[in-house]
Design a binder for this molecule. Structure first.
Ligand code: JFZ
Length: 433
């Protein structure tokens, strides 16, 4: 009996230790979610052609041409400080940079491949410069890293069509991935490993599980997206079930669905292409703000992508657009950073966030001067005003809250209203409008 008891005890104890090792620290993900807004960068020798990174290899750009572009890559106007200052002025809090895309080119001084930035005419470790600039400006530093590598001799697939490299060795390739990501963690102190290219056949759930625990073993404080494993549901980006690894979900080129249980981050381009394209159509200020606020209102983060040019600069029009967003955030940031999505679920014309006894409404369009929404759960609204502006008149019945917004109080693009409640807004169940 005693031995049975101690056996059970030992079993439970080791299970709990195991659970601790594999589970994500709540403050780590909370801190990530509080930041809300980050910059994604897709950049590399491909900018010499202005076509899409990775995908244009062997398509719009002939394969041999693509693979030799690095010999001409010389972004003499690259200035890490300027990039990160642009990011900071946009009100962004973190940074994710393409260290190696599907084309296999490494943008840092890596020991594990000669196909890297040190062998370009530029010869500078741009990743280290970016890491240092992030440290200087207090920005969280993260790295995009593709699992698939269509050029690497040991990766079995050359493009998405199928197996083209009979001599490839996936286990050796996996060792290469481990070696490179170890460098990113140990030498560059990356805080986010943003994987991609996991959807291809050679990558398995077993690799995904093993890779995740390997990386957490190197540094348990590194955040890892759900593209490390096979659980992602397409571009929707949610994770199929708990058995799949990943600290957050990754909807792509779309605002994720309302979800305040599972951490998520929408990645989206400011233009259309991930990598720089001349004259690419850029999103309007209106589209940018609605994207950010509907994402945050749905419980997510926005990783907004910029593609710098072949000379190392970002386009001025993109810098200007980001600055517009930053100016808004400077004034109204309390309705974004550190909030939770909801309780009202985002609609075409409005989204909401909450913190403590407050609810923030981001109103994008309103016919007339009356905003009618369901009451915030069992709470009473104590007062109501334009954020950083005038008090607003309101009425509440059992079911409905009516706020009067005089036409002259409506702001261009978005009007932010703050409701002060008599209770905790965090406890309100999600409300459909
Ligand atoms: C992936 C990358 O391929 C893309 O270049 C970019 O880095 C983005 C953040 O992540 O997006 C995909 C992934 C798969 C497909 C398209 C885009 N697909 O299968 O068509």
């Amino acid at each position: 009996m005693k031995t049975l008891f101690s056996l059970i005890f030992t079993l439970l104890f080791s299970l709990s230790v195991f659970a601790q090792q594999t589970s994500l620290k709540p403050e780590l993900i909370k801190n990530f979610q509080d930041m809300k807004f980050g910059m994604f960068i897709h950049w590399g020798p491909v900018t010499l052609r202005g076509t899409e990174i990775g995908w244009s290899r062997g398509h719009q750009v002939e394969m041999n041409d693509y693979d030799n572009l690095y010999k001409e890559f010389n972004p003499v106007l690259f200035d890490a400080d300027k990039w990160i200052k642009t990011l900071k002025d946009a009100g962004m809090k973190y940074f994710v940079f393409t260290t190696r895309h599907h084309d296999g080119f490494s943008m840092w001084d890596t020991k594990f491949s000669d196909y890297n930035i040190m062998n370009t005419p530029y010869k500078k470790d741009v990743l280290m410069e970016l890491k240092n600039a992030c440290d200087k400006y207090g920005i969280m530093f993260g790295t995009y890293y593709s699992i698939c590598d269509w050029r690497h001799p040991n990766y079995p697939i050359s493009r998405i069509e199928g197996v083209e490299k009979p001599d490839a060795d996936m286990d050796k390739f996996y060792l290469f991935l481990k070696n490179q990501t170890k460098e990113l963690i140990e030498k560059y102190g990356t805080k986010i490993l943003w994987f991609d290219g996991e959807w291809e056949k050679p990558w398995t759930h077993e690799y995904g599980q093993d890779f995740y625990s390997y990386l957490k073993g190197l540094n348990e404080n590194v955040l890892i997206n759900n593209r490390v494993d096979k659980g992602r549901k397409g571009m929707e980006g949610t994770t199929k079930s708990k058995e799949f690894a990943g600290d957050f979900d990754t909807p792509e080129q779309r605002i994720g669905s309302f979800d305040i249980e599972n951490p998520w981050e929408t990645c989206m381009t400011i233009c259309n292409q991930w990598a720089w394209k001349p004259n690419d159509k850029m999103k309007s200020y209106d589209q940018c703000m609605q994207t950010l606020l509907k994402t945050v209102g749905g419980g997510g983060n926005l990783l907004f992508n910029v593609g710098p040019m072949l000379d190392g600069r970002m386009e001025q029009r993109q810098i200007d657009r980001l600055k517009q967003m930053g100016n808004w955030l400077k004034k109204y940031g309390e309705s974004v950073y550190g909030t939770t999505g909801g309780p009202y679920k985002p609609t075409e014309w409005m989204s909401a966030t909450r913190k403590g006894d407050k609810i923030y409404l981001h109103v994008f369009s309103l016919d007339g001067e009356e905003l009618k929404i369901p009451v915030p759960g069992n709470n009473q609204v104590k007062n109501c005003s334009i954020l950083k502006g005038k008090k607003l008149k309101f009425e509440q019945s059992k079911k409905e809250l009516i706020i009067r917004i005089p036409a002259e109080q409506k702001l261009n693009v978005v009007t932010t209203i703050v409701l002060k409640l008599n209770g905790d807004s965090g406890k309100i169940e999600p409300i459909e409008i």
